[in-house]
Design a protein around this ligand. Structure first.
Ligand code: AMP
Length: 217
């Protein structure tokens, strides 16, 4: 099995859910830059330039690349140096980032260990999913309120809240900046490298999970 698995896809495509499941199953490190940024926000030792950069996130825009590299490489380093695999979740959102990660893997002699999985979803479907999404304040579980109403987190009973960037205006902005149009150059980059696998994210979670597993074996 490959050591480095990179998930790309529009917001709401389910890449976070799949990345988490995969990492847990195989003991890989789960590197979600969104989670790392949200964690940084809660820290008291956040640097002024970092705090400034984090403001972009609330508006649904991309944060600057330097902050992504600072957080993602640090997280990857610990895992890769310990011989563990890693799953990147939302960590690549521009072609420049894709190239920078590739350089990083190359520097470690791991470029042939990286595979990219695109979870596809239309922008309309992404919008519909995101407006019906809540997150547990306690355990971070993502809950969809499309089919079922939940008062509390079905996993731990914690309070369900709307993420700041899941407010309607921020969702529109995120789809504009991170949706299918924005993904095109990234998809093309990985396609040219010959490492891109594509899975239909409109399918039930378990079906996507099975296809992800088949892809990386
Ligand atoms: P996520 O939880 O993956 O949906 O990410 C939440 C927000 O964090 C995004 O809307 C961006 O503002 C920011 N973010 C996460 N990953 C990246 C990245 N690789 N590059 C730039 N911004 C990012």
């Amino acid at each position: 099995m490959k050591k480095i698995i990179i998930f790309i896809g529009p917001p709401g495509s389910g890449k976070g859910t799949q990345a988490k499941r995969l990492a847990q199953k195989y003991g890989y490190g789960h590197i979600s830059t969104g989670d790392l940024l949200r964690e940084l926000e809660t820290r008291t030792d956040v640097e002024p330039e970092e705090a400034e950069a984090l403001k972009e996130m609330k508006k649904g825009k991309l944060v600057p690349d330097w902050l992504i590299y600072r957080l993602a490489f640090k997280a990857a380093e610990a895992n890769l140096n310990a011989g563990k695999g890693v799953v990147f979740d939302g960590a690549v959102r521009t072609k420049a980032q894709a190239e920078m990660y590739q350089e990083y893997f190359k520097g470690k002699g791991l470029q042939s260990e990286a595979v990219t999985i695109e979870i596809t979803l239309s922008d309309d479907e992404a919008y519909s999913r995101l407006t019906k999404r809540r997150v547990c304040k306690q355990c971070g579980e993502i809950v969809s309120i499309v089919d079922q109403h939940y008062d509390n987190c079905p996993r731990c009973g914690g309070e369900l809240i709307l993420r700041a960037d899941d407010a309607e205006e921020a969702i529109k902005k995120r789809i504009q900046t991170q949706g299918n149009a924005a993904l095109l150059p990234i998809r093309e980059y990985y396609q040219n490298l010959g490492v891109l696998k594509v899975i239909n994210g409109g399918q039930p979670i378990e079906v996507v999970e099975k296809e992800v597993e088949e892809t990386i074996q």
